[in-house]
Design a protein around this ligand. Sequence first.
Ligand code: FAD
Ligand code: NAD
Ligand code: NAD
Length: 501
Amino acid sequence: DSSIKEIKKAKKSRKLIQIPALSQSIPDNVQYLLIGGGTASFAAFRAIKSADPTARVLVISAEGYLPHMRPPLSKELWYGDDSEMAKSLNFHQWNGTTRSLFYEPDPFYTPIEELASAKNGGISLARGWKVESINVSEKKVKLNDGKEISYDKCLIATGSVPKTLKLYNDASQDVKDKFSVFRSIADFEDLMEELNHVKSIAIIGGGFLGSELAASLANKGKKNGVKIYQIFKENGNMGKVLPKYLSQWTTEKVRDEGVEVVTNTEVENCSLDNNGEKVNLVLNNGKNISVDHVIMAVGAKPNTELAADAGLEVDPNLDGYLVNAELQARTNLYVAGDCACFYDNQFGRRRVEHHDHAVISGRLAGENMAGAAKQYKHQPMFWSDIGPSVGYEAIGIVDSSLNTVGVFAKGNPKDTSLSTNKTDENTTINDTDTPAELESKNIFENNYNKGVVFYLKNDVVVGIVLWNLFNRMSIARQVLKSDRCYKDLNEVAKLFNIHGD
Ligand code: FAD
Ligand code: NAD
Ligand code: NAD
């Protein structure tokens, strides 16, 4: 198809927006240097400015865009009929208000040439520029064109990068052209355009990204007859996070959105068909799937490429730069967001790849860079939306290999209007329940519409999922903080007022 070839050509020739065009305009030394233009960096510059109003902050971002949030890229931006709105990267939030993906508009940033002289300091952005190395003892970084910048305080907020499959890495360029990953605005724009030209897409991966995107693409694809497949090795969507019954229930919801979900399956091989238009995926269940395009959503890897040369320690198990409780890797050098491996008072060493952690750790690093010496103590939360009927928030350790107890609002399975379901009865599910026990609890397929799931380690609550239940995160945080072994989790569940709005 000639139009697909056109897209490929455009993609290959897309020039990275680089502002300023020449690195001479970038100052030679700055007070605060932030590496990365994502959420952690944004939260850090906000915190620095509020603690130190005349601060001079330079943000260096390898992306050619203004700092922005990623969550709507796999969700909100695919819904609604207003394609102009999506193109302008605006979206409707859950509460109906319109918001831009960009945290601040262009005029917010101080022109880079003025940063050194501006009376009240400012925040400047060098976008499309990459830091190639850090010299920690001399407190300076080197950019991709060799320019050096020295700093007083530096933040590494380089986030993470999508993993790719071995079968992709080993494939020829023709096959590679049929594959993509999904993380950035450019990836979103390419996929939005691609949807106008393809008839089938396979998503490999059943985690956050694969599950959100499958539901979103199926919704969008309905209008132009694009078939969406989702292939992954777990039992059901979000199988590494949700208890088995809930993961399987979610999978049915994803299927209801029109996605052909292929569970318990891995892709073993791939090749182009005879005329080179479709890619044939060979599955380990003996079947083949032939599609126009494949998206790999097989996890992310923290971006620690600056570590080796700078002599910074990377956690051998969790990956990510090792930092202390104040988020320092070394004196005057801080790390926040996806790429930080930090110490959580309650749960030990962790690395978290979610928005709220990027906000909290970025803010804390910013405060500490500006002189505070605060410890990371706030327990981060995350949320996910998979199509219109699954939305959840979570906190703590939510790992499906733990024992769980779920308490769900018991309702008339035919009653889809949750907010009017005022019955006080709950159903409690232990993940050790056998199918017969589940049946005796009279579980209709609609019974998992709304509830709370507790994750237990040695009978202590270490994680909580709030299932289609919002505005209760502060209660979950309290329950988690108490670090207790509760005798009756049904009683704890009452705190969450599951039947309320
Ligand atoms: P990033 O946002 O990855 O930013 C890192 C930045 O550093 C990038 O701009 C990168 O180009 C730049 N960079 C890297 N190396 C260099 C270098 N050497 N020099 C200069 N710049 C560099 N989380 C949730 O909690 N809820 C959600 O619903 C949710 N949805 C998501 C949807 C999508 C599609 C994706 C991809 C993620 C989603 N997340 C969600 C996760 C969340 O977006 C991330 O955890 C968050 O973006 C991490 O922020 P960060 O600042 O650490 O890294
Ligand atoms: P993930 O870790 O959630 O899921 C990875 C999936 O890929 C799993 O199903 C896993 O089994 C599969 N997989 C891993 N290796 C594989 C292999 N070799 N072959 C086949 N399958 C393989 O990661 P993701 O869904 O790709 O998300 C990417 C990043 O974006 C993560 O950092 C994630 O936290 C973030 N994200 C977060 C949200 C959210 O918080 N709501 C939403 C979207 C993306
Ligand atoms: P939000 O986007 O306002 O906040 C999400 C996170 O981003 C928070 O950690 C917050 O600290 C941070 N944040 C807020 N404003 C920011 C900014 N300008 N820059 C950087 N970070 C910022 O959303 P929320 O109200 O906390 O809700 C999160 C998700 O929960 C929503 O996306 C939605 O899916 C879901 N939700 C749904 C309902 C519902 O009734 N359906 C209700 C509440 C929340």
